[in-house]
Write a protein that binds this ligand. Sequence first.
Ligand SMILES: NC(=O)c1ccc[n+]([C@@H]2O[C@H](COP(=O)([O-])OP(=O)(O)OC[C@H]3O[C@@H](n4cnc5c(N)ncnc54)[C@H](OP(=O)(O)O)[C@@H]3O)[C@@H](O)[C@H]2O)c1
Length: 276
Amino acid sequence: MKIIEANGARIPAIGFGTYTLEGETCVDMVAKAIAAGYRHVDTARMYGNEREVGEGIRNSGVDRDDIFLTTKIWWTDIAGDKLVASAEKAVEALGVGAVDLLLIHWPNPDVALEESIEALNAAVDKGLTKHIGVANFTEALLDEASAMSSHPLVCNQVEYHPFLSQESVRAACRRHDMAMIAYSPVGQGGAVLNHEVIRAAAERHGRTPAQIILAWEIAQDRVGAIPRTKTPARLAENLDVFDITLTEEETAAIDELTKRRQRLVNPSFAPNWDRI
Ligand SMILES: NC(=O)c1ccc[n+]([C@@H]2O[C@H](COP(=O)([O-])OP(=O)(O)OC[C@H]3O[C@@H](n4cnc5c(N)ncnc54)[C@H](OP(=O)(O)O)[C@@H]3O)[C@@H](O)[C@H]2O)c1
């Protein structure tokens, strides 16, 4: 397993995404993911499944210290007085002690950034999380936030796949020694998996399209990915990517696809995204 070193955090490059997983399916898939070798699990207050994610981790029998657990605070709860209370609820629901990484899920233009970042730092000081970071931050927001944080921010979790360039954010993450964690890394199972450039590379390497895409992502400096699946067989598939080395031509051809800038996640409260 490749580890991304980011401002003191050691983040396994492939994690298990849990958005939309609920109830027993969630408990079961988290335990199965850990049994398959995942050591990084991603959830959020908004997913409503922290209790089940925690149960899956406990059921796995793997030492808690060996698992990197991330949760996120929903953007309506990032004001100074609300953020820590929300983090406390998250830790209680998960029931496995402090989380490894606490993220602001989305920026909120109605809350002063300094106030949210201060509260995020307070969550570390209160022992609720080991590390802090953000999600869905633009380059400018990331520069601002890192400058005002006393504990270093260790990641920006953003949408990233071969149909969406994140050149600006990726450069900003490198500049700040942060990881860029790709969400929707296999394009939510959609058209990107069927693109001829991806399919041709998959055929050449004798691997699946999803594996080619994940290999392309994690080969990039400080980039990790958190694919999600409800299909047990795909757990191993999405983790078995560390031995894939794409050629320069294959990498360049996939890089070229990112110019399409096809965003899958773009809610009304999204920030003013970077152009590239
Ligand atoms: N920070 C944020 O704002 C944010 C936003 C979105 C997501 N996330 C996080 O990122 C995680 C992943 O993103 P996502 O759930 O949007 O999308 P994703 O992981 O790119 O795609 C998940 C979809 O792809 C399919 N899939 C998974 N592996 C596959 C494979 N090997 N071959 C073919 N299809 C495959 C799954 O189908 P089956 O389930 O049927 O196998 C599922 O429908 C989320 O679960 C969540 O933890 C964060």
